[in-house]
Design a protein around this ligand. Structure first.
Ligand SMILES: *Cc1c(COP(=O)(O)O)cnc(C)c1O
Length: 239
């Protein structure tokens, strides 16, 4: 099968599953956005996605994303940073990404504030929460969430739009449900109890293994890579 047809078919399957999950949860079918995470594929594969109508893509490394963006200048993608962000990469990241999903410390937020002020451009961010408490994972612990969101909310150049999480890798996606529910509950608690400039709206949660469960638990944006690129020829994949 041609790569373009393969991607069309895979995207169709992912979107159908998203719609089914919306129906099961009594949500409207267009209430969840699909972010295609392209870290494992070449710019050529990304160009095919653009032809298929994909507009929002996620990358997890700043330099790699910049290299890709240079080759894809004619595509109008909205770029999202979903990986861990180092402070020394903030300046470069703000030149490309329209939403940073992975803010997990006050120091990182402060650097984004500094760099956004230099550019005179508001930076849109999500706070990454480590809902499972797994020490090997990035993200702010649940207990620290309130302090961090209140701090970010006091930074004038940051627009804090919601929360992001990664559930642990498990055999059975059902096991991720409580983590996604915990993120939704935390968002609601913060909206009710924290001192914020505006409400936290967006929940970025769910990947290939668990996006359907995440949608049932309230995800507004799912981040999917593997399911979209299944079967893609080697030459369109990155090593
Ligand atoms: C790679 C990645 C994804 C996509 O994961 P898949 O399992 O390939 O769907 C989502 N979110 C983040 C933060 C990632 O790094």
């Amino acid at each position: 099968m041609e790569a373009l047809d393969l991607l069309r078919e895979n995207l169709g399957k992912v979107r159908a599953k998203m719609e089914d999950a919306c129906r099961r949860a009594g949500r409207s079918e267009d209430s969840v956005a699909l972010l295609v995470v392209t870290k494992s594929v070449t710019p050529e594969a990304m160009r095919l996605l653009w032809r298929l109508g994909v507009t929002q893509i996620g990358e997890n490394r700043v330099q790699e994303a910049l290299r890709k963006a240079e080759k894809l200048g004619d595509c109008g993608f909205g770029w999202h940073m979903v990986g861990h962000l180092q402070r020394n990469k903030v300046k470069a990241a703000l030149g490309l990404f329209e939403l940073i999903h992975s803010v997990d410390s006050a120091r990182l937020a402060d650097e984004i504030q500094n760099q956004a002020a230099r550019r005179s451009r508001i930076a849109r961010v999500l706070v990454e929460i480590n809902v499972s408490g797994d020490e090997a994972k990035f993200g702010m612990a649940r207990e620290g969430a309130r302090g961090l969101v209140e701090h970010i909310s006091s930074l004038g150049m940051l627009s804090l739009e919601g929360l992001m999480t990664m559930a642990p890798l498990v055999e059975d996606a059902e096991e991720t449900r409580r983590h996604f529910a915990a993120l939704r509950e935390l968002r609601d608690e913060l909206n009710a109890g924290a001192t914020l400039r505006g409400p936290l709206n967006l929940l970025s949660m769910g990947m290939t293994q668990d996006f359907e469960v995440a949608i049932e638990e309230g995800a507004d944006m799912v981040r999917v890579g593997t399911a979209v690129f299944e079967g893609l020829p080697e030459e369109l994949r990155l090593p």
